[in-house]
Write a protein that binds this ligand. Structure first.
Ligand code: 5GP
Length: 175
C-alpha cells in the first residue's frame, strides 16, 4: 500500500484533517477512482497556472500535478490541510508558507515500491522511470522533511504519522 492509502487511513482517524484534491493532466488509470484527482487536459491546467490558481504545481514524469488554491481560502473551519504531493511540490510549499509540517513517506525498499506500482497497474516503462527518479527524490526529500516515515506496515506507519501530528499540535505533550 502506498502513501495514498496511508493518507486515506489518516483522514478516517482524524477529523481535523482536510485533504486537498489535486489537479492532474495524467490520464486516469484503469480502476482508479474518478475523484482521485481533478483530471483535466493540459490547456485547462496551463490556464489555471496563468491565472495563479495553484498553491504549488510540478511536472512529474511528463504530467502536470498541482494543488488548487483552496476556495474560499479561509473556509476550512480551522482544519489542517493535507497535501499528498511530490518532493518538488513540497519544496515550493516550504518556500511559500511559514511553517508547514513536511513528512517524507518512504517505501521500505525499492523492491516493495516496484511491487506496489505493479499491483496498481503501472506499465514497465512507468515503473522503470519512477524507480530511477526515486533515489533522487528521496535525497531531496530528506533535506526538506521534518520527519521521515517508512511505510512498511500500514497500521504502524499511520500510527507514527498520527503521533507526529499529535506532538506537532501539542508540543508540551501533557494533554
Ligand atoms: P501519481 O501519478 O502516482 O498519482 O502521482 C505521481 C506523483 O505526483 C506522486 O508523488 C504524488 O504524490 C504527486 N502528486 C499528486 N498530486 C500532486 C500535486 O498536487 N502537486 C504535486 N507537486 N505533486 C502531486
Amino acid at each position: 500500500m502506498g502513501k495514498g492509502t496511508l493518507v486515506a487511513r489518516l483522514l478516517e482517524r482524524d477529523e481535523r484533517l482536510w485533504l486537498s484534491r489535486s489537479w492532474t493532466t495524467r490520464p486516469r488509470r484503469p480502476g482508479e477512482s474518478a475523484d482521485a484527482y481533478n483530471f483535466v487536459d493540459r490547456p485547462t491546467f496551463e490556464k489555471r497556472i496563468a491565472d495563479a490558481g495553484f498553491l504549488e504545481w510540478a511536472e512529474f514524469l511528463g504530467h502536470l500535478y498541482g494543488t488548487p488554491t483552496p476556495d474560499p481560502p479561509h473556509g476550512l473551519d480551522g482544519k489542517d490541510i493535507v497535501l499528498e504531493i511530490d518532493v518538488q511540490g513540497a519544496e515550493q510549499v516550504r518556500a511559500r508558507f511559514p511553517d508547514p509540517l513536511v513528512i517524507l513517506i518512504q517505501p521500505p525498499s525499492r523492491a516493495v515500491q516496484e511491487e506496489r506500482l505493479r499491483k496498481r497497474g503501472d506499465t514497465d516503462e512507468q515503473i522503470a522511470k519512477r524507480l530511477a527518479l526515486a533515489e533522487h527524490e528521496e535525497a531531496r526529500g530528506r533535506e526538506i522533511a521534518d520527519h521521515v516515515v517508512i511505510n512498511d506496515d500500514l497500521t504502524r506507519a499511520v500510527d507514527e504519522v498520527a503521533g507526529i501530528l499529535a506532538r506537532h499540535r501539542n508540543p508540551g505533550g501533557t494533554t
